[in-house]
Ligand binder design. Structure first.
Ligand SMILES: Cc1cc2nc3c(=O)[nH]c(=O)nc-3n(C[C@H](O)[C@H](O)[C@H](O)COP(=O)(O)O)c2cc1C
Length: 218
């Protein structure tokens, strides 16, 4: 007999660990400073892979799509990630250059959401970002054809093998479709989970002169 999914779901809990307090009145004026602090705290708390995030885009018809990608950086020009321009998400971003990011760090019951317009970095910068990463990252990028239909796993194994060999031989090999994207936030929300469900939500909204901070009902 298979597992009963619903029994399993009912047996699981969230916010069942010791959670930090979050005082929004002491939050910095800029969301980047709070993100940087929370990110460092997630690493210190032993959160597994805190640098992975959900990237939501919309296709040409406005229908949503989502997948996990790595965070490559966050600074005053935005939150960055990289992918192939010809992938599904690359094509969606070309058609609708707007996205949302979602981070969930269960070790501390924290969630961060970021929304805003997205721009592609110049090719030289995208290539430099790729070449500063691991051989595996370069091999994956060189394998290419992301989101195209794959005939068989043998086909993938052959392409991947030759991509690995090239990445090892030529650490600066260019991958023209590989693109660094930057999301310039218009809105950043910080959510601190609470065992009694009095979750604290603080949203930063960009204004003409800086950021406006507001609390939201959980
Ligand atoms: C932990 C994790 C990290 C990932 N990081 C990336 C990434 O940085 N860039 C990327 O293109 N795909 C990454 N992927 C793969 C994507 O989730 C996705 O499968 C792929 O990009 C194709 O998405 P698309 O068809 O919507 O374009 C990652 C997947 C996982 C599970």
């Amino acid at each position: 007999m298979g597992t009963d999914l619903h029994d399993l779901l009912r047996s699981l809990r969230v916010w069942d660990v010791e959670l930090p307090a979050f005082d929004p009145s002491a939050a910095p004026a800029d969301p980047l400073a709070l993100f940087t602090a929370w990110f460092a705290e997630a690493v210190a708390a032993g959160q597994v892979e805190p640098h992975t995030m959900s990237l939501a885009t919309a296709d040409e018809e406005g229908l949503p799509d989502v997948r996990t990608v790595m965070l490559h950086g966050a600074d005053t020009s935005g939150w960055s990630f990289a992918t192939h321009a010809g992938s599904a998400k690359g094509r969606q971003l070309a058609a609708r250059p707007y996205a949302a990011l979602g981070f969930y760090w269960p070790a501390q019951g924290r969630q961060v959401r970021v929304r805003g317009p997205v721009t592609a970095a110049p090719s030289t910068e995208s290539q430099a970002d790729l070449h500063a990463r691991s051989t595996g990252a370069l091999a994956a990028a060189l394998t290419g054809r992301q989101s195209e239909l794959l005939g068989s796993l043998e086909e993938l194994a052959r392409a991947s093998q030759s991509a690995w060999e090239r990445a090892q031989r030529e650490p600066e090999a260019p991958v023209p479709s590989w693109t660094l994207y930057r999301l310039r936030p218009e809105e950043v929300e910080f959510f601190q989970g609470d065992a009694a469900r009095r979750h604290v939500r603080l949203v930063y909204r960009r204004t003409e002169t800086g950021w406006r901070k507001e609390l939201l009902w959980p």
